[in-house]
Design a protein around this ligand. Structure first.
Ligand code: AMP
Length: 436
C-alpha cells in the first residue's frame, strides 16, 4: 500500500506553521479586542444539523458532505462549515438564557468533497465569528469592520476587495424569487443544466452561476436591491452609513447570493484577484432565522468565515521571506561534564523564555557550531573543559561575530534584554519565571 494522504487533504509542515501561527494569533487578538470568545465544537455532527441549516438544495448538502452511518445507524457528517455547529451549541446550552448577546469565534478544519485545485481543498481550515442577539445594523457594521481590520492587521488588505449586499428577508425575498422565476422561465434555453434545476428549487442561486451564458443572462435580471422591503432597505442603508463613517471601503454587489439558504439581509464577501478561480477569501452574512429554525428562540445573528489556506497564500505573496522558528541561544559543549552543565543552563534559559537549543549526540564542536548557524541562533554559548573549571562560558554573538567570556550567573542578565520576545511576554508563567 502506498503511504500517502487523502486527495484534497494537506499536511502543514513545520517550515510553514510559523506563518499559520502568526495569522491565527493575530486573528485571536483582533477577535478578542472586539469581545469575541472562542468556542470549540466537534468536527462531526448529526447530518440533520447541516441539512436543516444549510438547506437541502445547496451544493454543500447535495454533493459535498462527508456523510457516513455510525455503528448505531445514525447519520453523521464531518462539518462542511462552522456556523451550524455553533448554533447547535448555542441552543443546546441555552446560551441565550445567560446573556442577550454572544460573540463567538472558532478556528478549525472543515470538510467538503469538492474538486481540489489551488486554494480549494477537501480538508481546509476556517476562522469564523458569529454574533448572536442583535439585529441592529450597527452589529453588521461591527462584524464587517472586524473582518477588514484583521486583513489589515496581517498586511494583505491591499490584495482584497470588500463587497456587500442585502438579500432581503422572508417578507421581500419570496416576491423577488417569483420575479426571478418569471424572468428566467422565459429564457430557459440559455440556462445551463444546473441552473435549470435551480430555477425550480432555488432560483436566486442562478445569479451566482459561473457559466458564461448564465452570467450574461443575469446582467438583465431584476436586482434584489430594487426589491427590498422598507425595513430591509433601511437596514442596508444603515449598514453602509456605519461602514462609511469609520472609513471602511466597500463596493455594492447585488449578485452576492451566498451558497447557503440561511442568510437574511446583509451578505458580504471579501475577494482577491491574486488566486485565480478561488477568489473568495472570506464571506458571511446575517442569518436571523437560523437559530429559530434549529429549535432555539428567535435570535438574530450575523457571522463570517475566512479561508485560512487562501489567507496564507496571500500572506506568502505579501511577505515572501520565511517565518522561521526563532532560536535565541545554541549551547555547544565539549565533554560529558560540560554536557550536564549545558542541559542545566538550557533549562534555566527556557524557563526564562529564551528559546534555547543544544545537541544530543556529543558531536564535534565544529558540527555543533554548524547546527547553531543553520538554526539561525542569535547567540552561541560554548562550554569546554577550561570554561567549566573557571565557572565560565564563551558567549558568541553570531550576528556581530564577537565573543566574550562571562560567568555562569551572568548569562541570563546578559541575554534578557537582547532576546526581544522576552520583554513582550506578560503571562503569569513568564513573570514568575523571570523572578527566578
Ligand atoms: P463559505 O463557508 O463557503 O462561505 O466559505 C468561507 C471561506 O472559506 C471562503 O471564502 C474560502 O476562503 C474558504 N473556503 C471555502 N471552501 C473552501 C475549500 N474547499 N478549500 C479552501 N478554502 C475554502
Amino acid at each position: 500500500m502506498q503511504i500517502k494522504s487523502i486527495r484534497g487533504f494537506n499536511d502543514i509542515l513545520p517550515d510553514k506553521i510559523k506563518r499559520w501561527h502568526h495569522i491565527e494569533s493575530t486573528a485571536k487578538e483582533i477577535l478578542e479586542l472586539y469581545g469575541f470568545s472562542e468556542i470549540r465544537t466537534p468536527v462531526i455532527e448529526f447530518t440533520d444539523i447541516f441539512a436543516r441549516s444549510l438547506g437541502t438544495t445547496t451544493d454543500i448538502v447535495e454533493k459535498e458532505m462527508y456523510t457516513f452511518t455510525d455503528r448505531d445507524g445514525s447519520s453523521l457528517t464531518l462539518r462542511p462549515e462552522g456556523t451550524a455547529g455553533v448554533v447547535r451549541a448555542y441552543i443546546e446550552h441555552a446560551l441565550y438564557s445567560i446573556s442577550p448577546i454572544w460573540k463567538l469565534y472558532y478556528m478549525g478544519m472543515m470538510f467538503r468533497h469538492e474538486r481540489p485545485q489551488k486554494g480549494r481543498y477537501r480538508g481546509f481550515y476556517q476562522i469564523g465569528a458569529e454574533l448572536f442577539g442583535s439585529k441592529d445594523p450597527f452589529s453588521d457594521a461591527e462584524v464587517i469592520t472586524m473582518l477588514w481590520r484583521f486583513f489589515e492587521a496581517i498586511g494583505i488588505s491591499n490584495y482584497l476587495t470588500l463587497e456587500i449586499s442585502s438579500i432581503g428577508d422572508d417578507r421581500c425575498r419570496p416576491l423577488y424569487r417569483s420575479k426571478l422565476i418569471e424572468f428566467f422561465s422565459s429564457r430557459k434555453d440559455t440556462l445551463c443544466r444546473d441552473c435549470l434545476r435551480r430555477l425550480q428549487q432555488n432560483p436566486i442561486r442562478i445569479l451566482d452561476c459561473k457559466q458564461e451564458g448564465c452570467k450574461q443572462l443575469t446582467q438583465d435580471a431584476p436586482s434584489i436591491l430594487d426589491n427590498l422591503c422598507k425595513e430591509c432597505s433601511e437596514h442596508f442603508e444603515s449598514v453602509q452609513k456605519n461602514l462609511q463613517n469609520i472609513g471602511i471601503n466597500f463596493a455594492i454587489n447585488p449578485r452576492i447570493v451566498r451558497g447557503l439558504d440561511y442568510y437574511t439581509r446583509t451578505v458580504f464577501e471579501v475577494t482577491t484577484k491574486e488566486l485565480g478561480a478561488q477568489n473568495a477569501v472570506g464571506a458571511g452574512g446575517r442569518y436571523d432565522k437560523l437559530v429559530e429554525e434549529l429549535g432555539g428562540p428567535p435570535t438574530p445573528a450575523i457571522g463570517f468565515a475566512i479561508g485560512m489556506e487562501r489567507v496564507v497564500l496571500l500572506h506568502e505573496k505579501a511577505f515572501p521571506e520565511d517565518f522561521k522558528k526563532q532560536v535565541d541561544v545554541f549551547i555547544a559543549y565539549i565533554g560529558s561534564e560540560a554536557k550536564k552543565k549545558a542541559f542545566l543552563i538550557a533549562d534555566q534559559l527556557r524557563r526564562n523564555s529564551i528559546a534555547t537549543e543544544l545537541d544530543y549526540e556529543d558531536r564535534s564542536l565544529k558540527s555543533q557550531l554548524k547546527r547553531a548557524d543553520k538554526l539561525g541562533a542569535r547567540f552561541t554559548i560554548i562550554i569546554g573543559e577550561d570554561e567549566l573549571k573557571q565557572d565560565k562560558v564563551k558567549l558568541r554573538n553570531m550576528k556581530e561575530s564577537t565573543e566574550e567570556e562571562i560567568k555562569f550567573e551572568d548569562i541570563f542578565p546578559k541575554l534578557k534584554n537582547t532576546c526581544s520576545h522576552l520583554s513582550n511576554t506578560t503571562s503569569d508563567f513568564h513573570r514568575n519565571q523571570k523572578a527566578l
